[in-house]
Design a protein around this ligand. Structure first.
Ligand SMILES: Cc1cc2nc3c(=O)[nH]c(=O)nc-3n(C[C@H](O)[C@H](O)[C@H](O)COP(=O)(O)O)c2cc1C
Length: 405
């Protein structure tokens, strides 16, 4: 099986964007440059997260600078009426030649009420299933209406003028739905609804076990899912260079950020002062933060080349989650990706900072070592396929030899 590699198209950006002094002032032109880079380098697509910029506006604004990348746009169900969402999706899909994918976000009880949505966690999944079911029907051209518990859409009156959509009555291929959900209702919904199930990364075999459980639920419903994960990445020609950069990120990170991230990951009822981890390395790392300093980069490596050091999406000292990072030489990171792939992971949504620079590094160093399933020939940045890289020691030795010659 081959893999799909996606990048990240969401503000903010910068070398250390989780710290105020490592974040850039970016805007529209920067995002256009980023999208153009992702497209040109041959990534399968990019994830557009909820948060700063509205995803449909962002996608539409990037169409003129891109040709083939897919936009995996995160959408909270319920904020836009499903029939309207279908119209927006049809428009983007026509304008982009079928490049829109939705990332179904069921959100959390802390954020959704501030957006005017008040259905709580477990019930939200029932709502969400209906929402996307109705969306798909309208999107596919079914105008007979929808009569659900939450979603009610009246049949559409015959229009006086047929909108100028060419083959108006032919069903359009539907928008693929990607999404996550680890809770029991989340898994149940994923099994019924999604095309691609996403999860934050963990050790490859543990992620594989989760995917097997979710896949088995889908099979009970006669459905087949494919699977994807989200990872940060630091890839360099050698292990030494990659870990040096990881250490640089640790050095640029504040103890306060580490503390805030630990607190966010604590189980209910625990505090920063009282929490005790069963994992001795994690416990040692937490004690260091309590004492007011950050352990060395290598102390957050939980598995070869899998790191829970600082990242924009979290500093997952307590346990791997959204900030989990692949760190290492291109050869070793490619081996780790293949290990994830052997445990059922097909899509990898990656990010490294700054986004443009690191997207180029990944395309340059990693793409030639992977079997990519992007639906088009992925251009190699370097015309010479490099299977392995010299270590820093070997390189220095060869430089010494050249100098001596
Ligand atoms: C790859 C990936 C991307 C995600 N992107 C977003 C996002 O953009 N916005 C958001 O609010 N949550 C995002 N999430 C969080 C999930 O949607 C959230 O964990 C899930 O809805 C919680 O489900 P659960 O309560 O069933 O575990 C993302 C999760 C994953 C795995």
């Amino acid at each position: 099986m081959a893999v799909k590699i996606l990048w990240y198209l969401t503000a903010p950006d910068g070398p250390v964007p989780w710290e105020a002094d490592g974040r850039w002032n970016t805007g529209f032109e920067h995002l256009q440059q980023l999208a153009g880079t992702i497209d040109k380098l041959g990534y399968y697509g990019a994830l557009l997260a909820t948060g700063v910029d509205e995803v449909h506006t962002l996608t539409a604004a990037m169409l003129a600078t891109t040709k083939r990348m897919k936009f995996v746009a995160a959408v909270h169900p319920g904020l836009i009426a499903p029939a309207k969402l279908a119209q927006i999706a049809q428009t983007i899909d026509r304008f982009s030649n079928g490049r829109l994918i939705y990332n179904v976000i069921n959100g959390n009880d802390g954020v959704l009420p501030s957006l005017g949505f008040h259905i709580k966690h477990d019930e939200r999944y029932l709502f969400s299933y209906e929402y996307w079911d109705a969306f798909r029907k309208v999107y596919a051209g079914d105008s007979s209406g929808y009569d659900g518990q939450y979603i009610k859409i009246a049949p559409k009156p015959s229009p006086l003028l047929t909108p100028n959509r060419g083959q108006q009555n032919q069903p359009l291929p539907n928008i693929p739905l990607w999404g996550a959900g680890t809770s029991a209702p989340g898994v149940e919904q994923a099994a019924k609804l999604l095309d691609v199930y996403l999860s934050f990364a963990d050790k490859p075999h543990l992620l594989g076990e989760k995917f097997k459980r979710v896949g088995a639920e889908a099979e009970k419903k006669g459905r087949k899912l494919t699977f994807g994960t989200r990872l940060q990445i630091i890839v360099r020609e050698t292990e030494e260079e990659a870990w040096e950069y990881a250490q640089y990120l640790v050095d640029r990170t504040s103890v306060q950020y580490a503390k805030d991230c630990i607190i966010r990951q604590l189980p209910p009822g625990e505090t920063f002062e009282t929490f005790k981890s069963d994992n001795p390395q994690v416990q040692k790392n937490i004690e260091a933060v309590r004492a007011g300093y950050l352990p060395k980069a290598k102390d957050y490596e939980i598995y070869p080349n899998i790191w829970t050091g600082p990242a924009l999406h979290g500093f997952n000292i307590v346990a791997p989650l959204s900030g989990t990072t692949l760190v290492g030489s291109a050869k070793n990171v490619a081996a780790r990706i293949k290990e994830f792939e052997a445990h059922g992971t097909h899509a990898f949504i990656l990010s490294g900072w700054p986004l443009i620079e690191e997207a180029q590094r990944v395309a340059d160093l990693l793409f030639p070592l992977l079997d990519l399933d992007h639906g088009f020939e992925v251009p190699l940045l370097s015309p010479v396929r490099r299977a392995s890289y010299p270590t820093r020691g070997e390189r220095n030795q060869s430089l010494d030899q050249q100098e001596a010659a």
